[in-house]
Design a protein around this ligand. Sequence first.
Ligand code: ZN
Length: 156
Amino acid sequence: MFEKVKIINCPIYMNKSDIKKCIDLLGKDYTKIKCNIYFINNEIDFKNYAKDKLEDSYYEYKSGSLHGLCCSESSGASTIFVFIKNTISSYGVERCYYQKSILRVLYHELRHAYQHKELNLPDYKKELDADMFAAKIMQIYDKEINEIFKNYELYK
Ligand SMILES: [Zn+2]
């Protein structure tokens, strides 16, 4: 459904088709987004996918906690990074906490990509809007998301 959204690198314990299913939950409005998504698990991923695309000052974030970044180009395309180093040790993989915490960051960043393309919000409203959007999607589709990740408990 989301042909313009490309997942280049997946988080450990999550696969591309399941992440795509989660993105599909956003509905057809979001098919307008053009973006590449990189999940950065570790320093090797950082070196391979993020380092060259980010400013030097961003390098310090690679060892930080779970967070995302959406870089938008004037063409309307976006690059999303979700940095997930240490997430596995904070959440564990059972009961979907790990997957859901990552997913929430992904929805937040996809909203930034959507804001860039479709919404003309003042800067000070962007973070709150993205946070509320991610929280709303997680709540509305809780059942569907649990279903998508139900088998992941096997990785415990
Ligand atoms: Zn944000």
